[in-house]
Design a protein around this ligand. Sequence first.
Ligand code: PHE
Length: 476
Amino acid sequence: VASASTGSAARDGWSSRSAFILAAIGAAVGLGNIWRFPTLAGESGGGAFVFFYIACVFLLGLPLVLSEVFIGRAGQTDAVGSIKKVARDSGASESWSIFGAVGAMAAFLILSFYSVVAGWVLYYVGVMGADLLGAIAAGEPFRGALAGESQEAIQGRMGNLFASPGLLLAMHLVFMGGTLFIVARGIGSGIEKAATWLMPAFFVLLVGITIYGAFVGDMGDAIAFLFTPDWSKLTPAVMNSALGQALFSLSLGVAGLITYGSYINEGSKLGSTSATIAIADTSVALLAGLMIFPIVFAVGLDPAAGPTLVFQTLPFAFQSMPAGALIGFLFFVLILVAAITSSISLLEVPTAYGIGERGWSRRQSALIFGGGAFVVGIACLLGYNVWADVRLLGFWPLFAETDILDTIDGFTGKVMLPLGALLTSVFIGWKADRKMVQEVTGLEGPMFAIWRFLIAWLCPLAVTIILITGLFPAVL
Ligand code: PHE
């Protein structure tokens, strides 16, 4: 169990550089890659969104990953304390640490709905698992999923789930409970162990199902859809959602990588470490696209189906596929694995804050924030039934039509994360002591110059423009 306050030797930490990389990739790879990315790419018409997203990842995201990891590595404590320390050592105001607190708040809010969505995944693991057991019992382990069920019946399962607050609550409870359990155990024996077991399993499943999709699905159409840009589709709204998705997927703007970076005990090479994280996360998103769209196209489904693409259309797609019962089950297990390694990082941010700034014990802190996020999550899931008419930010045109979960998702993703990214880039680009930055990151020569240009100039400008045009379309 970690002890309180600043960078003492007793503080818990990663056992090695690769353990950190694996845990950070685990945090980055999640529902964002497998569910949110294909959903947005499908809705936004494919290629143009995908290319703009990739540009955001490498021109804005990667410099920010390095910035957050740097702050954590230099600070060696929770996000707020780490920013304070870097500010102090740079002669800047400690009030910059406000973006650490805002980040912890965003992480807390994201966790609340993340657990609800992960609960849907858990439900489908149960549905597909029961179906697979039935198939095995019937002596047909390699049959399609949900044999004999009509498309309406399959899609109706989502509606049934949404109509049942009790079922949604039970799934949410189990997922949040699991997250809390891991985080309460700490870095070495909790988070690191979970990542080192789960991430390899995740990659095996991802590659396996993609290869399966290439054989039985329509890979050609999928590649054309994802990589042929139609630039007329690149509207300010699409750019805003691509930027938001890049930040969400890399876990940026919520101080998550500051927190994880603070558990790095030795060594430098933060540049290549950050690049590894960004490349891995983006590869997984693209692979997820290449896993899902061939199947979607093969059975003639609509790629723009929206957030239900994964939950409603894919089970139907798995019905007409050989071994669909088995693959479908594995598919949802895969998403669940990705979700838990991300949700633990979301809970770790406020938990570390409670330990470092409030002097709470790890268990106490995890319980307070995990319990709080659980309660907020209950409001999210009631938004699908009992509170279906509630509009949290109804006065704001952008959120006039969104239910509770979508409102929290939209507000954190479109407002809080870009704001966090903006403050991070200004702080690192203009306030942090250059010598210290160079020393701790280990970046040299032209690499350092390029990174500085991106973080000091491109990031603040691009994020501000995208934020304003996306949030207030009227200014155009
Ligand atoms: N990056 C995670 C995903 O893609 C979500 C996340 C956001 C995790 C912010 C931690 C912090 O699912």
